[in-house]
Design a protein around this ligand. Structure first.
Ligand code: A3P
Length: 290
C-alpha cells in the first residue's frame, strides 16, 4: 500500500485516485431526495453521519446497521483502495433517498446537487483543532500523504497544501453559498456545547419528526464515549494496512481546545496572524479560537 500523491484539480490538491476519476465524480447526478453531508476532513463528519442515520431510523440503531455500508453512507469521491468501496459504485447499488458524504470544497461538488436542490449539511470545526485532528489522522491513514514533522504540517495547513486543499477556502466556500443553496451550516463546537439543540436543528432541517425520548436516545448514542466503542463509527471496519489504529484511533479525543497541547506559543502567534489575514474577508462565527 502506498500513500497517494496529491494532484491539483482546478487548483485543489486531491489524492491521485480522486483526481484521476474527477470527471466521473463531477458527472454524478444525485436524486433530489439525496442528502449531502460536506466537511473539511476531521470536522465532525462521522458524528453528523451517525446523528442523521439515527434520525432517519427513528433512533433504532439496529435498523441503521442494516444500511449497506460499513461507515454509514457512501463517500462520494473515494475510489478505493480495497477494502474501502468506491463511492460511485456503492451509490449505484442504493435506492434514493441516500445520504452522501463529501470532503470536496464547494466549487468541486458536482453541480447536480445544486440543480436538484439537494439538502446539504456542512459541519465546520475551528481551524486549530481541525488541524491537530487532521495531523493525527494522516499519521494513521496510510492512504493520505505522509504528514511529516508537526511544524511543517502546520505550514502546509496554512498554505492549503493538504489533501482536499485549504481549510480557509473550504469553510468560506460553503459559508458564502449557505443561504443561496439552503445549506445547514453547523459548528463542531456548538455540537459539543449542546448536542441536543444541534440534533433538533438537524431534525428540523431534514423535516423528520421524532419524539423527545428518541432525541434523548440519539444524543446518548452519539456521545463520544458511545461512538468510540461502536464499530459502525470507529472505523474498526477499515483495518491495517489502510488505517493503522495503533498510531492513533479514529475516535481520538473528541474535545474542543486540544490544540493547546500541540501548538508552541510561537506557532500560535504565527498561526493567529496568518488566520486574521486569511479570514479577513468573511465573518464566520467560530468560537473558542484562543
Ligand atoms: P479528534 O481527532 O479531535 O478526536 P471526522 O469524522 O470528520 O473525520 O472527524 C473526526 C473527529 O471528530 C475526531 O476528532 C473525533 O474524535 C471527533 N468525533 C467523532 N465523533 C465524535 C463525537 N460523538 N463527539 C465528539 N467528537 C467526535
Amino acid at each position: 500500500l502506498t500513500r497517494f500523491p496529491l494532484i491539483p484539480v482546478r487548483g485543489v490538491p486531491l489524492m491521485s485516485h480522486i483526481a484521476e476519476n474527477f470527471d466521473s465524480i463531477w458527472a454524478f447526478r444525485p436524486d433530489p431526495s439525496d442528502l449531502l453531508i460536506a466537511t473539511y476532513p476531521k470536522a465532525g463528519t462521522t458524528w453528523t453521519q451517525e446523528i442523521v442515520d439515527l434520525l432517519l431510523h427513528n433512533g433504532d440503531a439496529d435498523a441503521c446497521k442494516r444500511a449497506p455500508t460499513p461507515v454509514r453512507s457512501p463517500f462520494l469521491e473515494i475510489y478505493g483502495p480495497p477494502p474501502i468501496p468506491s463511492g460511485l459504485d456503492l451509490l449505484k447499488t442504493m435506492d434514493p433517498p441516500r445520504f452522501i458524504k463529501t470532503h470536496l470544497p464547494f466549487q468541486l461538488v458536482p453541480p447536480g446537487f445544486w440543480e436538484n436542490k439537494c439538502k446539504t449539511i456542512y459541519v465546520a470545526r475551528n481551524a486549530r483543532d481541525n488541524l491537530v485532528s487532521y495531523y493525527f489522522f494522516d499519521c494513521m491513514n496510510m492512504t493520505q500523504p505522509e504528514p511529516g514533522p508537526w511544524p511543517e504540517y502546520v505550514q502546509k495547513f496554512m498554505r492549503g497544501e493538504l489533501s482536499w486543499g485549504s481549510w480557509y477556502d473550504h469553510v468560506k466556500g460553503y459559508w458564502r453559498e449557505k443561504d443561496n443553496k439552503n445549506i445547514l451550516y453547523l459548528f463542531y463546537e456548538d455540537m459539543k456545547e449542546n448536542p441536543r439543540r444541534e440534533v433538533e436543528r438537524i431534525m428540523r432541517y431534514l423535516d423528520v419528526s421524532v419524539s423527545d425520548e428518541v432525541i434523548s436516545k440519539i444524543v446518548e448514542l452519539t456521545s463520544f464515549e458511545k461512538m468510540k466503542d461502536n464499530p459502525m463509527a470507529n472505523y474498526s471496519c477499515i483495518p491495517a494496512p489502510v488505517f493503522d489504529h495503533s498510531k492513533s484511533s479514529f475516535m481520538r479525543k473528541g474535545k474542543v481546545g486540544d490544540w493547546k497541547n500541540h501548538f508552541t506559543p510561537q506557532q500560535q502567534k504565527m498561526f493567529e496572524d496568518d488566520y486574521k489575514e486569511q479570514m479577513k474577508d468573511v465573518d464566520i462565527p467560530f468560537r473558542n479560537l484562543i
